[in-house]
Write a protein that binds this ligand. Structure first.
Ligand code: GLU
Length: 419
């Protein structure tokens, strides 16, 4: 089997978003499935636009998602000297030429940029695993700038050199890079490098088929982590973006590695649906055993600064509440009424169930006050009797009680509410 060496090459000029994670995940899986290598490269050649905080965030997000890369991370800013060698090589081969960047620069100074001599006729073929051969006419491509007027190499040059030096065989990246590819192939050819294989992944889109942005949903991975989506849910959802192979909708990493085939990825934009992520997250949460679920939830409870030291039924409460919401931060919030006095009533719930139920609740209070012994069986028996007497369907009885006690429609069985 051919080994694929792949890489993830983010520019640290912003937080990683879902599209990045999609590329990183697929690149890693393709490499490891073929016993190849997966590299991380920090494309910070444009130093002015990059910063360390974003770089740190890249390592953290990849680690959260369990995406493993080769130890030797390559940072472009450490390789300035190296790129100069290649500029010299291209100059010696007479493949680059100086050019004044703009008219205004000509008048200002003698600063020049260096451009690659690109053929005016013929074509370049991009060999794409998802899209087949994509043909570009050379006449439509400009002579790419390789060295800026300030003497720094451009992203395109560094990207091509790095792929070669890192022995990358397969470039997997977003579709937004397709137009860069024929230009980069010209640089490869000028430097005498072997051709690469490409896979341009579909863009991640919102429900309205526009590129995913803050308008649609959280876009940065950090936000999903802090809202309490499991790493495996993100991976599951990302892998499903644009890929419908495999047997199940809900899968773990091993199943993904087993079933994933890049040739099955669709060309059209991949629509991200938050409700699908919610559903997938609920499925993965429900697969955790009691201890594992609690371990995942506790940091979110602690984040709310609740004092639950006197509450002796925490484990039961967590078990009873584990499926009321689809992410851990919302589940933790749903515990507030049990661990603390709740701050506000759920308005919709109040309007739907509490308003108009005053008589029912008065009966319930009188009934509870009349009981000598409070235990589940006795309360159950009396509530059932009362419901029959008042001729009420169950929700008309239980929901007003639940909302009155907890402020919320969501909750455990009515007897598990303890407060
Ligand atoms: N640094 C580029 C970016 O962040 C990616 C380049 C590539 O994957 O070739 O969009």
């Amino acid at each position: 089997m051919t080994k694929f060496n792949t890489r993830f090459a983010p520019s640290p000029n912003g937080y990683l978003h879902l599209g990045h994670a999609f590329s990183a995940l697929i690149s890693e899986k393709i490499a490891y499935k073929s016993s190849g290598k997966f590299f991380l490269r920090i494309e910070d050649i444009d130093i002015g636009r990059c910063n360390k905080e974003f770089e740190k965030n890249i390592y953290e997000d990849l680690s959260w998602l369990g995406i493993n890369y080769q130890k030797d991370v390559r940072r472009q800013s450490d390789y300035f000297k190296n790129y100069e060698v290649y500029i010299k090589k291209l100059r010696d081969l007479d493949l680059i030429y100086p050019c004044w960047a703009t008219r205004s620069e000509i008048s200002k100074s003698n600063d020049t940029v260096l451009r690659l001599k690109t053929p005016n006729s013929g074509e370049v073929v991009v060999n794409d695993l998802i899209r087949g051969d994509i043909v570009f006419e050379n006449s439509e491509l400009d002579d790419l700038i390789l060295l800026r007027s300030d003497g720094t190499p451009t992203y395109h040059l560094c990207n091509v050199i790095d792929d070669y030096e890192q022995e990358v065989t397969t470039v997997i990246r977003g579709e937004d890079h397709i137009s860069n590819t024929p230009r980069q192939i010209h640089i490869q050819q000028a430097l005498g490098y072997p051709p690469l294989e490409y896979a341009h992944l579909p863009m991640v889109l919102g429900q309205d088929k526009k590129r995913l942005s803050k308008r649609h949903a959280a876009t940065s991975l950090d936000e999903y982590q802090s809202e309490g989506y499991l790493d495996v849910s993100i991976i599951n959802t990302l892998a499903r973006l644009g890929w419908s192979g495999g047997k199940n909708e809900v899968f773990n990493l091993e199943e993904l590695i087993r079933d994933f085939d890049i040739k099955e990825v669709q060309k059209a934009g991949a629509i991200f649906d938050l409700s699908k992520l919610d559903w997938i997250n609920s499925q993965h949460l429900s697969q955790l055993d009691e201890a594992a679920f609690k371990a995942e939830l506790m940091p979110f409870i602690d984040n709310l600064n609740l004092d639950y030291s006197d509450y002796d039924q925490l484990d039961d409460l967590i078990e009873a509440m584990r499926s009321v919401k689809s992410n851990l931060s919302l589940i933790a919030e749903a515990l507030i009424p049990y661990l603390d006095s709740f701050k506000e009533y759920d308005e919709k719930g109040v309007n739907k169930f509490l308003v108009g139920s005053e008589v029912t609740l008065t009966h319930v209070i009188l009934m509870l006050e009349s009981l000598d012994d409070w235990n589940e069986a006795i309360i159950d028996e009396h509530l059932a009797k009362l419901q029959e007497e008042l001729e009420l369907p169950t929700p008309k009885m239980n929901q007003p009680i639940r909302i009155a006690l907890t402020g919320s429609k969501f909750g455990p069985g009515i007897y598990e509410i303890n407060g």
